[in-house]
Design a protein around this ligand. Structure first.
Ligand code: MRU
Length: 340
C-alpha cells in the first residue's frame, strides 16, 4: 500500500528491494494503491507499455531511471535506452530522457545523477508552468472565478510535480479562483475519471467528471472559461500530439471562442519534428476499445476496432502554449525556436 502519491522513485542498491524503479501502479487506481518495484528493464518496459506508469514527463523519469537500472543489472545503458524508448513512441520525453542518461557517461553514478536531475527539473518545471498558466488566465479571462476543462491526466501521476495542465488548475485553486474543473473521463482507458478525479478529490478541488462527448454542450452553454491540456509531443510549428479526444476539444473550443491552452515543459517540444504530420501516433490494442478496462465486453470480439492513443491538434487551434520558461503565443515557429 502506498502512503503517498507519486509516479516514479529510484530505489538504490543499498535500499531494500533495490536496485529498482519503483512505480505507483496507475492501472490499479483509484480502487487500490499498489507499489510495483521493477528490478529489471523487461519488467519496467511492460509497466510502461501497459500504462502502470504513464504521462509524458513521468515516462521520461521512468525511462531515465530505467537506463540506470539497465546499466547496473545488464551493464548496458544504451541497450536499455533503445528498448525503453520503443515502448511508447509518441511521448517524446521518454526517448529524450533515455538518450540523455545513456549519454551521461559510462559511470553509473554519473547516469544516476543525470536521472535525478531530470526528475527534479520536471517537478520544478511543473511549479513554474502552474504559475505562468494561472497568471495568463488572470490576464486573459479576468480575476474572477474560473471554470476549466481538462482531458486525460496531467497531474502528479503524470509528472511527479504538481502537473502540467492539472498544475495550472491546481495553482488557480491555490489562488482561490477555481470554481470548477470539468474532468473529461477520457475513453478508452479513463485516465480522467480514474486518475485526474482522484487527484482533484485528494486535493479538495471543485471538480466533476463528464463524458468526453459533453464538451460541446458545456462550451455552448458558456460553462467553460478555458481548456487546459497537456502534450506528448509538440512539433516545431506548435502542432501538438496529446491524448485522443484533445483535437475534438480544440475544435469545439474554437467554435465557441473558449481559450485553448497547451501546458508542457520544454522537454516535450521536439525541435527536430517540423509539423504534427511527422509525429508517430501510437496504435494500441483494439480490446481497450472493445472492453471496459478488460472487465466487460462492450463490442463483439469479431468487430474490428481502431485505437489511436493520441491525436494532433494543429497550432492554429491553440491559443497559447505554457512552458516553464513562459507562455508562447502565435506565431509559434518563432516563439518555440526561442525556447531552444
Ligand atoms: O496514454 P497516456 O495516459 O500516457 O497519455 C497521457 C497524455 O496524453 C497526457 O495528456 C500527456 O502525456 C501530458 S502528461 C503531463
Amino acid at each position: 500500500m502506498a502512503d503517498e502519491l507519486f509516479a516514479v522513485r529510484w530505489v538504490g542498491a543499498d535500499e531494500e528491494g533495490g536496485p529498482a524503479v519503483r512505480l505507483l501502479d496507475q492501472t490499479a487506481l483509484p480502487g487500490r494503491s499498489e507499489v510495483l518495484d521493477c528490478a529489471d528493464v523487461a519488467t519496467l518496459a511492460e509497466a510502461i507499455r501497459s500504462l502502470r506508469v504513464r504521462g509524458a514527463p513521468a515516462l521520461g523519469v521512468a525511462g531515465a531511471y530505467g537506463v540506470v537500472l539497465g546499466a547496473l543489472v545488464d551493464g548496458d545503458a544504451d541497450k536499455a535506452a533503445a528498448f525503453l524508448s520503443a515502448q511508447r513512441p509518441t511521448a517524446v520525453n521518454l526517448s529524450w530522457a533515455c538518450r540523455l542518461v545513456a549519454a551521461a557517461g559510462a559511470d553509473v553514478d554519473a547516469q544516476l545523477a543525470e536521472a535525478r536531475r531530470i526528475d527534479a527539473a520536471n517537478s520544478a518545471a511543473c511549479t513554474a508552468m502552474g504559475r505562468h498558466g494561472a497568471d495568463w488566465l488572470r490576464e486573459r479571462c479576468g480575476g474572477g472565478p474560473l471554470r476549466l476543462q481538462t482531458h486525460c491526466n496531467t497531474g502528479m501521476l503524470a509528472c511527479q510535480g504538481i502537473g502540467t495542465a492539472f498544475g495550472v488548475a491546481h495553482t488557480v485553486h491555490d489562488d482561490g479562483r477555481l470554481a470548477q474543473l470539468w474532468v473529461d473521463e477520457t475513453r478508452p482507458l479513463l485516465q480522467g475519471a480514474r486518475l485526474t478525479a482522484f487527484e482533484a478529490a485528494t486535493l479538495g478541488m471543485p471538480h466533476a467528471v463528464v463524458p468526453d462527448a459533453a464538451a460541446a454542450a458545456l462550451m455552448s452553454a458558456g460553462d467553460v472559461d478555458a481548456v487546459v491540456v497537456g502534450a506528448d509531443r509538440i512539433a516545431a510549428n506548435g502542432d501538438t500530439a496529446n491524448k485522443i479526444g484533445t483535437l475534438t476539444l480544440a475544435v469545439v473550443a474554437a467554435r465557441y471562442g473558449v481559450p485553448f491552452l497547451v501546458v508542457a515543459p520544454v522537454s516535450t517540444i521536439d525541435f527536430a519534428t517540423s509539423t504534427g504530420a511527422d509525429i508517430e501516433i501510437e496504435e494500441r490494442d483494439p480490446d481497450e476499445v472493445r472492453t471496459a478496462l478488460g472487465a466487460l465486453r462492450l463490442a463483439p470480439d469479431s468487430s474490428p476496432a481502431h485505437n489511436p492513443a493520441f491525436d494532433v491538434t494543429p497550432a492554429e487551434l491553440i491559443t497559447a502554449i505554457v512552458t516553464e520558461l513562459g507562455v508562447v503565443e502565435p506565431p509559434y515557429a518563432t516563439g518555440i525556436a526561442g525556447l531552444r
